[in-house]
Design a protein around this ligand. Structure first.
Ligand SMILES: [Zn+2]
Ligand SMILES: [Zn+2]
Ligand SMILES: [Zn+2]
Length: 372
């Protein structure tokens, strides 16, 4: 895989690259700057601040253009490569086309980045800039017409907020984020179907909650469903279901609700014959009780859900009794991630498939069986 790190001055690109090199056998790879991409980072003090990063890239891993870099990595994509040389739109376009590339942006509060810059100047016995000068340079780096890099960072699949203040806390956070998880490049089957369920959820018209569902047999989608009023009726979000449109609490007055649940729609669409013995139902939310009994009746063999719902333990009890496997799967995190929130629990690895069967919790002494 190839990880590209982009971000503001002293946001932590090189620190993250070093982590990947030290802990995960990555090799640094570099792209020479063109005349249209001035070295703004180094000129923030009007004095070059030698970066550990660039000096540690060997000449045979430095390329004049992105095509040459890609030719090199394409032959070696199963090895691990990292670059911090994300200069412009054209470079990002070329890299993002390839299935082995992950773009990660790094950002940090300007006060923290300024402190890091001053520390770097001190190490190199240079006079640091005033904060105002640093801020102006930073604005140029991110927002200058044509050469500003701010817009590129928005294209990153993973956006890290790095206000960590020590190498150890940064490393602990990165470890628990599981940055090298290749599922971010190409989703696992669980992740693929869960993302399809999330996409289905976007079609929901029910005012209460976005729910999406996908039924799969032998890794093929049989049907999809989302929640809302039945065909031919006014959509829930246009006033079709009076119960959903008043402010009653989730789970209340369900008997008067006109909306079909995502699971019900997917089950009706598939039909019992096509579901067969080995079908798996993916749902972004743990099924409710009435869906659980229908899922059981049509012969679904396994239910995989992402987020919990009000009645998880009761649902688990139904599936336990009827022999339907129930499992939670949470995809690896994408989008904005605050690394400071990852420091508390570095033992948990993001995006690892939770293989344990939820039915096992029913055998746990702490589990309270729902009252019928
Ligand atoms: Zn509704
Ligand atoms: Zn309703
Ligand atoms: Zn339901």
């Amino acid at each position: 895989m190839l990880i590209g790190l982009c971000g503001g001055i002293c946001a932590g690109k090189s620190s993250i690259a070093s982590y990947l090199v030290e802990q995960h056998q990555f090799t640094r790879i570099a792209l020479a700057r063109s005349t249209s991409t001035p070295e703004v980072e180094k000129s923030a003090s009007h004095t070059p601040v030698p970066s550990v990063a660039t000096s540690s890239v060997s000449p045979e891993h430095t390329f004049n253009n992105v095509d040459a870099l890609l030719d090199f990595v394409t032959l070696r994509w199963r090895e691990r490569w990292v670059t911090t040389d994300i200069w412009d739109e054209q470079v990002v376009d070329a890299l993002l086309r390839r299935p082995f590339f992950l773009l990660v942006s790094v950002d940090a509060p300007v006060s923290i980045r300024w402190q890091r810059f001053k520390d770097q100047c001190a190490v190199n016995k240079l006079t640091p800039p005033a904060l105002e000068e640093f801020v102006l340079r930073n604005d140029e780096h991110l927002y200058a017409p044509k050469t500003g890099l701010g817009a590129l960072f928005q294209r990153a699949q993973l956006k890290l907020l790095n206000s960590t203040t020590s190498k150890d806390t940064l490393h602990a956070a990165l470890k628990s984020l599981n940055l090298t998880n290749e599922a971010r490049l190409r989703p696992s089957w669980d992740q693929y179907f869960m993302q399809l369920a999330d996409l289905a959820a976007h079609r929901c018209n029910c005012m209460k909650r976005r729910v999406g569902c996908v039924i799969v047999r032998e890794k093929r989608v049989i049907s999809t469903g989302y929640n809302g009023t039945p065909r031919g009726m006014t959509n829930c979000n246009e006033g079709g279901c009076p119960r959903c449109n008043n402010a009653s609490k989730g789970g209340a007055d369900l008997a008067t609700c006109l909306c079909l649940h995502a699971e019900e729609n997917a089950l009706l669409e598939a039909g019992r014959d096509r579901i067969g013995e080995t079908a798996i139902l993916y749902c972004n939310t743990c099924p409710c009780l009435t869906c659980s009994v229908k899922i059981t009746q049509v012969g679904i063999s396994e239910v995989v859900y992402n987020q919990g719902y009000l009645v998880d333990t009761q649902t688990a009890a139904i599936f336990k009794e009827s022999g339907v496997r129930l499992r939670q799967f949470s995809p690896p995190r994408e989008g904005i991630v605050d690394l400071s929130t990852f420091q508390a629990d570095s033992t948990k690895m993001e995006g690892t498939t939770e293989q344990s069967d939820i039915r096992d919790i029913l055998d746990d002494a702490n589990f309270v069986r729902p009252v019928n």
